[in-house]
Design a protein around this ligand. Structure first.
Ligand code: SER
Length: 337
């Protein structure tokens, strides 16, 4: 008998870190992880098996296939948006071929153990492509609007949303009676995420967490986007809660595979003001980087997340003020104490 487990790819990244901690608090299910990098402390103690390797390594996936019964996959492995622009072909391999490998893996798992496999896929506001100044994109965007990403990462995310839906629907049609081959694909288009415990790397929404963490460590910070730059953000704990809410929702309540979620839409300058309130000595300057600015300028200033709120009761617990006052500032203070 193979052991039933949850599989997390890209487990050493920011979302993986928070997800493993939350799973260890709330679920008794053993967790198996894959990442190129080793997990940071204390995560190795919280998982039952850590594989160090690539999602492009089919032998590794077959090894996991042989040993474990995977009922749920959180496929988090990806190259983020800024990094993908420097190595677009590698980004495509990891972000698209890697996702295809995991979807195939999920289908094989479902066939072998005879029930559907839940497949959670983190998409992104990078799946959109808007032009600043275009009045048609001034309102909060629905999932289906302005789906013309300008970055490799955004193209990869948008395509993999469709690929996941293909795996969910195609095999559902083929096996109308027999659900054993089903991949239950569910995806969230995340806004920029801000964690008090970790800092991201290679993303373009990184300026917000970088600014906060730099101030907490009394380090100067040169923000790589203009002060008036506005995109949606959310705290990491709310992002993890949303992942659980979506994956626990009864299938019949879901009207789509991919959902926007959001909590607040501050400008970089508003984030700076909140950081200065907590750290009046903070040294924050602006040195916009043209390429990174162009990436964030192609993302929406706000998204319409009524489908998530209606279908599975998505409701962030932090607004902008409480995110700083109740989560970020106190937790970061402890982290660097
Ligand atoms: N936050 C990610 C990035 O900046 C987008 O999903 O790349």
């Amino acid at each position: 008998m193979r052991q039933p487990v949850v599989l997390i790819t890209g487990a050493a990244g920011e979302i993986g870190h928070a997800l493993i901690e939350r799973l260890s608090e709330h679920s008794g299910v053993p967790v198996v992880t894959i990442d190129l990098a080793a997990l940071d402390e204390p995560l190795p103690r919280l998982v039952s098996r850590e594989f160090t390797g690539s999602i492009l390594d089919r032998n590794l996936l077959e090894n996991i296939q042989a040993k474990y019964q995977v009922d749920r996959i959180y496929h988090l492995a990806a190259l983020l948006s800024t990094r993908s622009e420097f190595t677009p072909v590698t980004a495509h391999e990891v972000n698209v071929t890697g996702t295809l490998n995991l979807l195939e893996f999920a289908m094989q798992q479902a066939r072998s153990h005879g029930h559907p496999v839940m497949f959670f896929y983190p998409s992104s506001i990078a799946a959109y492509g808007v032009r600043r100044g275009d009045e048609r994109a001034e309102h909060p965007l629905l999932e289906g609007e302005f789906n013309c990403p300008t970055t490799m990462y955004g193209c990869n995310k948008l395509y993999c949303e469709h690929l996941g839906a293909y795996y969910a629907n195609h095999y559902k049609q083929l096996d109308a009676e027999d659900h054993s081959g089903r991949v239950d694909f569910r995806s969230i288009r995340f806004p920029g995420l801000i964690s008090a415990l970790t800092v991201p790397s290679g993303g373009t929404s990184d300026y917000a967490p970088e600014m906060i963490h730099a101030a907490a460590q009394s380090q100067p910070y040169a923000c790589f986007v203009r002060p008036d730059t506005r995109i949606p953000f959310m705290t990491m704990p709310d992002a993890i809660s949303a992942m659980f809410a979506l994956t626990e929702a009864p299938a019949e309540k879901l009207t789509q595979c991919v959902y926007n979620i959001s909590a607040f839409n501050p400008t970089a300058e508003t984030i700076e003001e909140l950081v200065r309130k907590a750290y009046p000595e903070a040294e924050i300057t602006y040195e916009p980087d043209a390429r990174r600015q162009a990436i964030v300028d192609s993302w929406p200033q706000a998204v319409d997340d009524r489908a998530a709120r209606g279908d599975w009761d998505m409701l962030p617990s932090y607004d902008l003020e409480s995110a700083f006052a109740e989560y970020l500032i106190p937790t970061i203070a402890q982290r660097y104490a």
